[in-house]
Design a protein around this ligand. Structure first.
Ligand SMILES: [Fe+2]
Length: 178
């Protein structure tokens, strides 16, 4: 599949939002592929990793995040499962799972219920190696400061504000994917 066919269907090439989405997603893709090359367990098809990385944030246009040029109606935290719905409707259920399972270091049903989050009440933590790889790689890039890889310390500090499991999961990945 060609991920740009879908990106170009929902985003206007040349727009600021297109630039933000594609720059961020390409950074995530490069990181994920570099990590997979170093890892014996990750001899996964690079095309699949790249497609997933490029599409993981496809749902952001449906959210309201003016700082990154998103002017939709939904809350930003919904972009994962909205992107998942979109990709499932397009016929890509495996890529859809990546979208739904990359928020923070993944959200458990308890996180969603206890946090009163506007998300379906089900487990949305990454499960497969590729789901974990994309979620982990995504943490190194923001959409407001494009082209800069965030330091491990910066990410850890950010995650420490949430449920301790978020930081624990990130640290476990740091160990696993190095
Ligand atoms: Fe992302």
């Amino acid at each position: 599949m060609n991920p740009y066919r879908l990106i170009d269907k929902y985003y206007t090439p040349g727009s600021k939002l297109y630039h933000i989405l594609v720059t961020h997603s390409e950074s995530v893709s490069k990181k994920a592929i570099a990590l997979s090359e170093n890892h014996a367990l990750l001899k996964v098809d690079h095309d699949f990793i790249r497609e997933c990385a490029l599409l993981h944030d496809i749902g952001i246009f449906m959210t309201n995040a003016p700082g990154i040029e998103c002017h939709g109606e939904h809350q930003y935290i919904e972009h994962g499962y909205l992107g998942g719905q979109l990709l499932r409707a397009e016929g890509y259920p495996l890529h859809a799972r990546i979208c739904e399972r990359h928020t923070g270091c993944g959200l458990s049903k308890e996180d969603i219920v206890n946090g009163n989050l506007p998300l379906p009440h089900r487990d949305m933590r990454p499960q497969t190696l590729v789901e974990q790889l994309i979620c982990f790689s995504d943490k190194f890039y923001s959409k407001t400061d494009l082209n800069r890889e965030l330091s491990v310390e910066h990410i850890q500090k950010k995650l420490s504000k949430f449920n301790p499991e978020q930081l624990e999961r990130f640290n476990a990945w740091l160990d696993f994917f190095k």
